[in-house]
Write a protein that binds this ligand. Structure first.
Ligand code: HEC
Ligand code: HEC
Length: 420
């Protein structure tokens, strides 16, 4: 299903590219990439959901309390997030989809998605090689030209899928001070569950920072993740990620197909912002997933969540620090994550990314869980119960205690998780 869906999106995109644009003959640099107009989509194109004013309690709505200017940035960012990219505007040569919302759409614009991306590499004697010279570790499944899309090369002996995460409330997560996350390591936990901080090299600041976004904690800021997505999901180079991906490392194919000068995503002289920065404004100002009221069952489940040991990693709440955006300042963030890396044993995907080993994942936030099925990094768990039973490594003790609950208690725990 997933493959067919992705395939049809890309096919539609390719038909559109073939029918509506000519791939430029030589390097061209649009004055700046045209702003996404509110225009009817060309025929055959997957229409993005129309921007709509939503009541604040719905997923996809802006944070409450934004100023008029911030709300305008949120809306401009959302236009960019749903904008369908074309080859003339820099899409590709290789890419995974044609817009951010094509993947991030469940429950609202910016939501989770059932489209997975693929990573590959080669492990020899315990050492991981991302096969960067062969286009790894991230696969770009589609290309603007027939016969040039990437494949998982025969040299790879590790292949792993990753599910599209929901982006609701990421500005709040970004506003949690690094010290709060670091302090989480020092809680009085046994070493059997203690996590560790993902110290990553941040392309935005050029310094080493606490990674808090992505399944492997691979980025520390929303803006860096958005720049990464523009390049690696859509093939659009930008100030943070200026180098185009060559299809399976083939520089000659890249040279033939890549006709738009880099960086493709340039700052608009009027706003001073590039598209990835507009998209980052949208993501930063996206409100948290709305909780549901808790009945007696859910409240009993909340207690069990702590006694069974789930809260050791899925920290119920953290607080943002002082922030120049008042909607993000000193707020409670009921994310249900410690934002730390944990060794998850058999769940490990074998992909080493930055400081994160092949068996580690960042504890995923559980807020909004009811709108992000399927579960776990590759979507292997169809429901929440299955995802808990698949915990391993540092999660095995909590898993066993969950499995030992009686049917009523398990129902209560699931009722609680359904309210987050
Ligand atoms: C092909 C599908 C796809 C497209 C297109 C896509 N994403 Fe994603 N996105 C993902 C996946 C998969 C992840 C999880 C990746 C990981 O952690 O390795 C993700 C994660 C993210 C995250 C971090 C989420 C978190 O909770 O830590 C951000 C931010 C993000 N994407 C923004 C964007 C933006 C902005 C765009 C458009 C430029 C975009 N994405 C386009 C699939 C996609
Ligand atoms: C040792 C830390 C740890 C403990 C303890 C733990 N988890 Fe997790 N949990 C994780 C990590 C890490 C993942 C991501 C694993 C993956 O994607 O392969 C995860 C994933 C999940 C997911 C899937 C989230 C999603 O978006 O796909 C759910 C639901 C979940 N945990 C619930 C629980 C519950 C309930 C308990 C208690 C029985 C628990 N966890 C105990 C670390 C932990």
């Amino acid at each position: 299903m997933k493959t067919i869906l992705t395939q049809s999106i890309a096919t539609a995109a390719l038909i559109f590219i073939a029918a509506n644009t000519t791939i430029a003959q030589g390097p061209q640099r649009p004055a700046h990439r045209p702003p996404p107009p509110h225009r009817p989509m060309p025929p055959g194109q997957m229409p993005p959901p129309p921007p709509q004013q939503q009541p604040p309690q719905q997923a996809g709505a802006p944070l409450p309390g934004l100023t008029a200017e911030q709300l305008a940035d949120f809306l401009a960012g959302r236009d960019e997030f749903v904008n369908v990219e074309t080859a003339a505007g820099g899409l590709g040569p290789i890419f995974n989809n044609v817009s951010c919302v094509a993947c991030h759409r469940q429950a609202g614009t910016g939501g989770a998605g059932t489209i997975n991306v693929v990573r590959f590499g080669r492990t020899t004697d315990g050492a991981f090689d991302p096969l960067a010279n062969l286009g790894g570790s991230l696969l770009q499944r589609f290309s603007i030209a027939v016969g040039t899309r990437e494949i998982v090369p025969p040299e790879a002996n590790v292949r792993a899928e990753r599910q599209t995460s929901a982006l609701f409330g990421l500005g709040l997560i970004e506003a949690i001070p690094e010290e709060t996350i670091i302090a989480g390591v020092k809680r009085p936990l046994s070493t059997a569950v203690r996590g560790r901080v993902a110290m990553i090299s941040d392309p935005l600041s050029g310094t080493t920072r606490v990674g808090r976004f992505g399944w492997k904690g691979q980025h520390s800021s929303v803006e860096a993740f958005c720049g990464d997505a523009y390049l690696n999901e859509m093939g659009i180079t930008n100030a943070l990620f200026p180098t185009e991906n060559a299809p399976n490392g083939r520089a000659d194919v890249l040279a033939r197909l890549d006709t738009v000068a880099d960086p493709e995503d340039e700052a608009d002289p009027e706003t001073g912002k590039a598209d990835f920065q507009l998209a980052a404004d949208f993501v930063k100002y996206l409100g948290a997933p709305p909780p549901r009221p808790r009945n007696a069952d859910a409240l009993a489940g909340q207690t069990l969540f702590a006694t069974v040991g789930c809260a050791d990693c899925h920290t119920p709440t953290m607080k943002t620090g002082a922030n120049s955006v008042s909607a993000l300042s000193e707020k409670d963030v009921p994310l249900y994550s410690d934002l730390l890396l944990h060794d998850m044993g058999a769940l490990g995907d074998g992909i080493v990314q930055g400081p994160t080993t092949g068996r580690e994942f960042r504890t995923p936030p559980l807020w909004g869980l009811r709108s992000s099925a399927p579960y776990l990094h590759d979507g292997r768990a169809r429901n929440v119960d299955a995802s808990i039973r698949l915990h391993d490594g540092q999660g095995s003790s909590a898993r066993d205690k969950y499995a030992a609950l009686n049917a009523t208690q398990r129902r209560q725990m699931l009722a609680f998780l359904d309210t987050l």
